[in-house]
Write a protein that binds this ligand. Structure first.
Ligand SMILES: Nc1ncnc2c1ncn2[C@@H]1O[C@H](COP(=O)(O)OP(=O)(O)OP(=O)(O)O)[C@@H](O)[C@H]1O
Length: 275
């Protein structure tokens, strides 16, 4: 089976000489298609760097990165990869509906590139373009379709950004702390909506977070990283039933997973202090 994401012996160094910073060292990571995997770890352990390597925004100094069997650059050209950054980055002069449909119009050439790459795509091409109004409705934005981003709250803007990313039907969706700027209530409701969309569209998700409970709630697997040098120190499969709704918080196993990840994070912090 072709893996959705594969990093082998990856090393990334910023700077030169004595000021060189090893952002990632000897990173091995394999993500099967359709899985939801979170990266968690202390600040500076290389989570965003790893995401940027998969997105093709940076290149590795050693090792290989592949997305559905091709380089991130090829995967990007074929629009296999979607990226949701920390802040929504919507175009301020376009309505919500135009913001979420514009990438589709721009990216019509991607279908041909996908075909040329071959049978790497996990998606069902016969499914056609998604109904963006239906996706906006599912994300609770049906009242906001004709509004400008400035007329929406931060949470609504982030929801629109997520719909836009899912609407492109990427095979791999990269999310860099997409909910970090939001209050807890909005955050939980966006987690629900993200899980709904993910369940429907079966996209592979690689999700960066600082929140242990968010990682446990959303993920099939949580990857724990440590800094100096940035590396993977633990991989924890979250064997909890789906759908994962609010009742999950009453499940003792949910809190056991949280404790396990917290322990792994404490070890990561201690190893960073010792470095
Ligand atoms: N463009 C860059 N130039 C120089 N150093 C960089 C650059 N980008 C990241 N770094 C360094 O690489 C290391 C990893 O950074 P990265 O942003 O990937 O960490 P992170 O785990 O995402 O951190 P945070 O949780 O704070 O967002 C850090 O020490 C950072 O200072």
């Amino acid at each position: 089976m072709t893996q959705a994401v594969e990093l082998a012996s990856v090393r990334k160094v910023y700077g030169f000489g004595p000021s060189a910073m090893v952002a990632l060292n000897d990173v091995e990571l394999t993500i099967e298609p359709g899985r939801f995997v979170s990266l968690i770890g202390p600040s500076g352990c290389g989570k965003s760097t790893l995401l940027r390597l998969v997105a093709g925004l940076e290149s590795a100094d050693a090792g290989t990165v592949s997305v559905h069997g091709v380089t991130p650059e090829e995967a990007c050209a074929a629009k296999l990869i979607g990226l949701v950054p920390q802040s929504p980055a919507l175009l301020p002069w376009l309505s919500v509906l135009k913001n979420v449909t514009l990438p589709h119009k721009i990216n019509r050439g991607a279908a041909g590139r996908r075909e040329r790459i071959g049978a790497l795509s996990a998606r069902d091409e016969s499914r056609g373009a998604p109904d963006m109004l239906a996706l906006l409705d599912k994300a609770g934005l049906s009242e906001a379709v004709d509004k400008l981003p400035s007329q929406l709250s931060g949470g609504m803007q982030q929801r629109a950004a997520i719909v836009r990313a899912f609407g492109l039907q990427p095979d791999v969706l990269l999310m860099d702390e997409p909910f970090s700027a939001l209050d807890e209530f909005t955050r939980e409701s966006l987690q629900d909506q993200l899980l709904d969309l993910w369940d429907e569209l079966k996209t592979t998700v690689l999700f960066v977070t600082h929140s242990v409970s968010e990682a446990v709630r959303l993920s099939d697997s949580v990857v724990v990283m440590a800094p100096r040098p940035g590396r993977i120190v633990d991989w924890i499969d979250i064997d909890l039933p789906r759908p994962r709704n609010q009742r999950l918080f009453e499940d003792a196993r949910f809190h056991e997973y949280e404790d396990r990840i917290r322990d792994a994070l404490h070890s990561a912090w201690r190893s960073a202090d010792a470095a």
